[in-house]
Write a protein that binds this ligand. Structure first.
Ligand SMILES: [Zn+2]
Length: 262
């Protein structure tokens, strides 16, 4: 059985600067039977890096293109519009549209709230037009996301809520709209009772595992978070659900395949 990391950033420049190199990291993952990675899309630059990465390793990476809320927050309306056009052109070759969503933390949001909402809605429409599942990045904005999906309806193909770190009550409306809940390093933190309670209650068929590598390292992790940490995430979920880490990995990888019709 091979396992899947539902969300990681292999095109992040930190790998080249601080990491041991992509080929070496991939080798370690393959040795541990983690062999497929859905990338997290950030901006046009990143989409092009993903395309060339997939040319080198066609079997190991899934393309995912979207305008991240960080990008939308940092760029003006015109540049976002221009990038959205490029997204529409490149999207047919991707597995999913994302990261797209809302990040209302004050230091991220600054004056971009209206722009974030508009480009999130535009990307929901694109996901529907191209029949792609979405990868959502929602931070401190679940209420607004709920309103938007209520107004516009979620894309038919659903998607996943990446790096979910909330309560069961927050997760439930996403599940009802056809989204899977993807948990990462945050579940390994002993103090994170809210997320532990959520993982205890959500139906197993709605659960995915991710590393968000090189971000969101598990508790106690040293150095850059590489995707072999998927086992620590699986272990933490297994402890909560009273099943083995391998069973968790098998279930989450199966859920991923169902979502993406693999
Ligand atoms: Zn990410």
């Amino acid at each position: 059985m091979k396992f899947i990391d539902s969300h990681s950033h292999w095109t992040d420049k930190r790998w080249a600067l601080q990491g041991e190199g992509l080929a070496e990291t991939l080798k370690k993952c393959l040795e541990k039977n983690i062999d497929f990675f859905l990338l997290g899309g950030v901006d046009p630059d990143d989409w092009h890096k993903q395309i060339s990465l997939k040319k080198t390793y066609p079997d190991n990476f899934g393309l995912c293109f979207g305008l991240h809320p960080y990008f939308v927050s940092d760029h003006g309306y015109e540049e976002c519009e221009f990038s959205l056009d490029e997204l529409a052109e490149l999207l047919p070759q991707a597995m999913a549209l994302g990261e797209a969503g809302l990040d209302f933390r004050p230091h991220i949001m600054k004056d971009s709230q209206t722009r974030q909402i508009e480009f999130f809605e535009n990307q929901i429409e694109l996901a529907k037009a191209f029949q792609k599942p979405m990868v959502l990045h929602i931070v401190q904005a679940h209420e607004k996301a709920r309103q938007i999906f209520h107004l516009w309806d979620a894309p038919e193909r659903g998607g996943l809520v990446h790096a979910f770190n909330g309560s069961y009550e927050t997760a439930k409306p996403y599940i009802d709209q056809g989204f899977l809940i993807s948990v990462g390093g945050a579940i390994t933190y002993e103090k994170n009772k809210k997320l532990q309670d959520c993982v205890k209650k959500i139906p197993m068929e709605y659960l995915l595992l991710e590393t968000d590598s090189p971000d969101q390292a598990p508790e106690g992790w040293q150095g850059l978070n590489n995707p072999t940490s998927l086992y620590l995430v699986a272990e933490a979920v297994g402890l909560i659900r009273n099943i083995s880490a391998f069973d968790v990995l098998e279930i989450s990888s199966g859920n991923f395949k169902r979502l993406f019709r693999l």
